[in-house]
Design a protein around this ligand. Structure first.
Ligand code: HEM
Length: 434
């Protein structure tokens, strides 16, 4: 790179070594700090990552209880943004997906009505772009100039300034209620903001840092999930032969059990469709970024000097033919079949399970803590769309090219998908013809 080496780990043995390496040698925090430069743009408060444990523990433990809200936000926003008309309507899908994900995620981050507030949503969505743009700029300069450049680029701190007057009064009001009626007051909100507030009060953390955590959770949640969902939607539109088996599975489960987190767990074809999509179109061709905070020697003798950035090559892991037969073929129900081998396989090959062969969520101690939420969200979005709309591309079988920038591998942000209200009569006719 411009100012140093990036050492890329390939192969299961070395990727596993990267996963196991302690933060005192290959540090996750220092890796992220170097790539994103948030210390310089958001402030030193970013070093206290208490939001990670809140997402990992509180959010994940409450997924079942929160599910009706997430489903509600997804259905209400799709109904609002995609017309269910009898004729095909062409829709540029990327901004809509970002909006639906921002609303559904913020329904559990900050709750109603703020999760539908346009100004708030703009900040939540654009913050990520601003982080990448400013870190790109800062990283063009040598180390001693970086702090100066960090001060001179206002994009990231501007977002914090916009969010403070929206979020701080909410925190103050909630604090007032906690002081008056105790932490578990009747009707207290069950959302991420509340859990962040409880942590912050226990640690004496200023509210300003809670606002930063709201931004950081949005950073972790929106672009990643939007990318994964859009890649999968393009696969649905490009390969219509998979729509019917997906619909049959979703309909059978919903008819028996309704919409719930447990129902999603039974939709193995849908789970597999996303896992196969992410295997071939991971949002980043490199994952598990770390920085050597001391000289490190690997088991194969490679010496990594202190200060070097390292990462794992997910693209080679995901297309290794000793792990995945016919690795370049998009075989959407591959993982559903792999799960048929028994209880161990059923767990091992589900979307949220990370391994040296499946790295979109990272792997090891720092693997994405929000992946259980993300999987529920994107699966619900797809299930809802497939049950309520017909979906296709103007030209069948042609997926729009991905956008490649550095290690990023994003779905097209300009592609249009055609939608219309689902026509069950045509499905019945084509089923009886075949
Ligand atoms: C499909 C969606 C998502 C993908 C592909 C994804 C991917 C990732 C990856 C690759 C990492 C870094 C792992 C590592 O360094 O080893 C990560 C970390 C993180 N993600 Fe996600 N993520 C997704 C959704 C979410 C959501 C919805 C949330 C929050 C609700 C979230 C919160 C976080 C946080 C807080 C971290 C930092 C973890 C740490 O530093 O230990 N992510 N994610």
């Amino acid at each position: 790179m411009l100012d140093g080496w990036l050492v890329i780990f390939t192969g299961p043995k070395l990727i596993d070594e990267l996963r196991r390496s302690p933060d005192e040698e290959l540090s996750a925090d220092e890796g992220v700090a170097e790539v994103l430069q948030l210390r310089l743009t958001l402030g030193p408060g970013v070093d206290d990552q208490f939001h990670v444990a809140v997402v990992r523990d509180k959010l994940t433990r409450n997924l079942t209880a929160l599910y009706p809200d997430v489903f509600d936000e997804i259905s209400v926003s799709f109904n609002e943004y995609i017309p269910a008309s009898d004729d095909w309507t062409e829709v540029r899908i990327w901004p809509i997906v970002q909006k639906v994900i921002a609303r559904a995620s913020n329904r559990v981050i900050i709750g109603l009505p703020r999760c539908r507030d346009e100004t708030y949503l703009d900040v939540a969505i654009n913050f990520t772009n601003d982080v990448f743009a400013s870190s790109f700029l800062i990283n063009l300069f040598p180390g001693f100039l970086k702090p100066l450049i960090g001060k001179a680029v206002p994009m990231v701190s501007k977002n914090k300034k916009k969010l403070m007057p929206m979020v701080i009064p909410m925190l103050q009001e909630r604090q007032r209620m906690m002081e008056a009626h105790g932490d578990d007051w009747e009707g207290h909100p069950r959302d991420l903001l509340q859990w962040l507030l409880e942590e912050a009060r226990a640690k004496g953390t200023p509210f300003e840092h809670v606002v930063e955590k709201v931004l950081l959770v949005n950073f972790g949640a929106i672009h990643t999930s939007s990318g994964a969902f859009t890649h999968a939607l393009y696969n649905v539109a490009a390969y219509p032969q998979y729509i019917q088996p997906l619909r049959e599975e979703i309909e059978a489960v919903v008819a028996q059990d309704g919409w719930s987190k447990a129902s999603l767990g039974k939709m193995r074809k849908l789970d597999s469709f996303f896992k196969e999509t992410m295997r071939l179109a991971d949002g980043s061709l490199l994952n598990i970024f770390r920085k050597a905070v001391k000289d490190v020697t690997l088991s194969d003798g490679t010496r990594i000097p202190k200060g070097t950035l390292v990462a794992a090559a997910s693209v080679t892991a995901h297309t290794d033919d000793t792990r995945y037969p016919e690795p370049d073929v998009f075989d959407p129900f591959r993982f559903a079949r792999m799960r048929e081998g028994g209880v161990e396989d059923a767990v091992k090959h589900q979307l949220v399970n990370t391994s040296v062969d499946f790295l979109p969520f990272g792997h090891g101690k720092h693997a994405c803590p929000g992946r259980f939420f993300a999987a529920n969200e994107i699966k619900t979005m797809m299930a809802y769309l497939l049950l309520n709309y017909d979906v296709k591309f103007a030209e069948e079988g042609k997926r729009p090219a991905n956008i490649r920038f550095g290690p990023a591998n994003l779905p097209s942000t300009s592609a249009k998908v055609l939608f219309r209200k689902r026509r069950r009569d045509e499905e019945t006719n084509s089923a009886s013809r075949s």
